[in-house]
Design a protein around this ligand. Sequence first.
Ligand code: DNO
Ligand code: MN
Length: 393
Amino acid sequence: MEQTWRWYGPNDPVSLDDVRQAGATGVVTALHHIANGEVWPVEAIKQRQAELAEKGLVWSVVESIPVHEEIKTRSGKCEQHIANYQQSLRNLAACGITTICYNFMPVLDWTRTDLGYLLPDGSRALRFDQTAFAAFELHILQRDGAKTDYSAEEQRQAADYFAAMSAQETATLTANIIAGLPGAEEGYTLDQFRARLATYDGIDKAGLRENLAYFLRAIVPIAEQHGLRLAVHPDDPPRPILGLPRIVSTIEDMHWLKETVDSVHNGFTFCTGSYGVREDNDLVKMLDTFADRVHFIHLRATSREATPGSFHEADHLDGDVDMVAIIKSILTEEQRRRGANDLRPIPMRPDHGHQMLDDLKKKTNPGYSAIGRLRGLAELRGVERALKQTLGL
Ligand code: DNO
Ligand code: MN
């Protein structure tokens, strides 16, 4: 595995020196200063590469070129956004950057209700509390005519939860959900959010799949021409929320993606923390089934809680996912690729970490503080080394 690290650019409180000291050799980043939908110019890409090279690092993976909402809803300037996306891909290829992560989650990127969930050891984790989320949806958002599938019991719990919240807690919960977590290109006010949700009225799962297929038919040929590896990030959490469809959550979705545009360039970001939230996702099976199309790996673990749908982020080796088995599968795939003369290791990054030690006193990007990810990377690297030595992988 190529050890990589997500870096949000010059404003990231984690410096490139920190990244090197964590032992990563590759950087995962994006040109966040370029507006969503615009072309990434060659000069801007080269400038970022030069900044990294100065610190002995390479730009290994783009995460993400954001997919404009008008592509997801196939409305407005969709065609222009797709043409721009194609051009950004060509420009990245011209600069030698070939692995591109993206996601197709409607309106919201990854979503959490609590950004500072206190763990017994005093560190802080990200959490998705299904009851808090339902309180937001039913009592704060209160969208007219919204379809929800909460049971009577869930509705009662959400009402109790909401009744017990202070104004400050209500504001914090709302901001956590709609203001945009790191990497999400958009944040909203409540009114903007309601308006954005309304743009999906009439787009069901089949409709969203159609829009993704349309997008893939436009970009996979470019990836083929230029040797790019596209890697779709799964939905997080991996299920429909707020009445919006989600289409990259299960092995069935992965089959659909593969069959819809059947090319090895049309691949996956295998994010164990996202897929692993569903109990019915067999992660090792998913990874093994699509191994030749897994172009990028996010390793982290989540722990499902007693309330269905609730989970929090666990230590990298200690959640619901069998991380050792996952890493074994990745190393087996790398061995297969070497046999086929593809010597490139698969880029992997520790995806999120707990806020801990000195970082507890600092303002950090939720999930993307230095020390927790450093710990995660160190543990994952240890597992890799042990497997390589004992199994000869
Ligand atoms: C969640 C995290 C997110 C993710 C972006 C994908 O699992 O990895 O930061 O990378 O939502 O674009
Ligand atoms: Mn991820």
